[in-house]
Write a protein that binds this ligand. Structure first.
Ligand SMILES: [Zn+2]
Length: 290
């Protein structure tokens, strides 16, 4: 019985993925590379993006636009990097609310009272991997170095969400949890949502152990895991696992954009925790209502 369900689901995945939008807009300003989703830009409702590794002041191996608040880069460099990003991306640095991620699936609603919240500081959010708001005075911000950045926009209710999704958060269905939180807080309808999946480690590069592969297959079907020959480890497509849960939650596949930019492969543009074996910086995704 279970096998049959998986088979039907896998057939559906094929027709779903055909309608998904692929690609991104890339702009460069102040030497900072910013990746954007066309659908979000066309809405004219948000200022959003994912900043690559260049244009900052941090030295190697955090070179150079590093936002990590936990790695041993000089905090003065990180502070300057936040100012460079806010100037480049045109938002007030004081409006930032940074997710306090723990590779889980909690989602927090935030507003202007939370501005200035950052992990490892006096003012920080409860542990969460997703943040949502309908407050125009807030810039949502998440940190990444291979983990996916998930952007959500409810055009009808003027609400946004941003999430951090590594394998743990993906397995715990962080994308579905953001949709549910937006439904509860802003009366969002899943079918109205625009979603974009920012740069992350891709399905060809993300090696995992067989045990984890089995777990993902039992949760999301066979398509999210690529079995390889010649004794090579399987790989995980976290973007596809996210797409599956989004569609199961009611998001339309034609409203989903995948940036198709692999952090592991594109060393000149991105930090990658896995490629650089932890000796690397963290990048920022940001979004605010305008
Ligand atoms: Zn890749």
């Amino acid at each position: 019985m279970e096998k049959q369900t998986t088979k039907i689901m896998n057939n559906e995945i094929k027709s779903m993925t055909e309608r998904i939008l692929h690609g991104h807009i890339y702009i460069k300003k102040n030497n900072v590379g910013i990746f954007k989703a066309k659908s979000f830009e066309e809405s004219l409702l948000v200022n959003h993006g994912f900043a690559g590794r260049n244009g900052g002041v941090s030295p190697a191996p955090y070179d150079s636009l590093n936002f990590s608040l936990s790695r041993p880069d000089n905090m003065e460099n990180v502070r300057r990097n936040f100012h460079i990003l806010s100037e480049t991306a045109d938002f007030d640095v004081r409006s930032i609310v940074i997710v306090n991620y723990e590779h889980g699936n909690n989602v927090c609603r935030v507003d202007k009272r939370d501005c200035g919240s950052a992990p490892n500081t006096k003012k920080c959010l409860p542990r969460c991997d997703g943040i949502i708001t309908n407050d125009k005075d807030v810039t949502l911000l998440t940190l990444h170095a291979d983990c996916g950045a998930l952007f959500f926009l409810d055009k009808e209710h003027g609400a946004i969400g941003l999430a951090h999704a590594g394998w743990k958060g993906t397995f715990l269905r962080i994308a579905s949890r953001v949709v549910e939180a937006m439904k509860n807080e802003f009366s969002t309808k899943a079918e109205d949502l625009l979603v974009a999946l920012g740069p992350c480690v891709c399905g060809n590069c993300y090696e995992i152990d067989n045990d984890l592969a089995d777990k993902f297959i039992s949760e999301f079907g066979t398509d999210a895991v690529i079995r390889r020959k010649n004794g090579l480890k399987p790989t995980l497509d976290i973007s596809l696992a996210t797409i599956i849960q989004l569609c199961e939650t009611g998001v339309k596949s034609e409203n989903i954009t995948v940036f198709d930019a692999c952090t592991f492969e594109m060393e000149d543009k991105f930090f990658s925790y896995r490629r650089d074996k932890g000796q690397t910086g963290a990048m920022a995704a940001y979004m605010k209502l305008v």
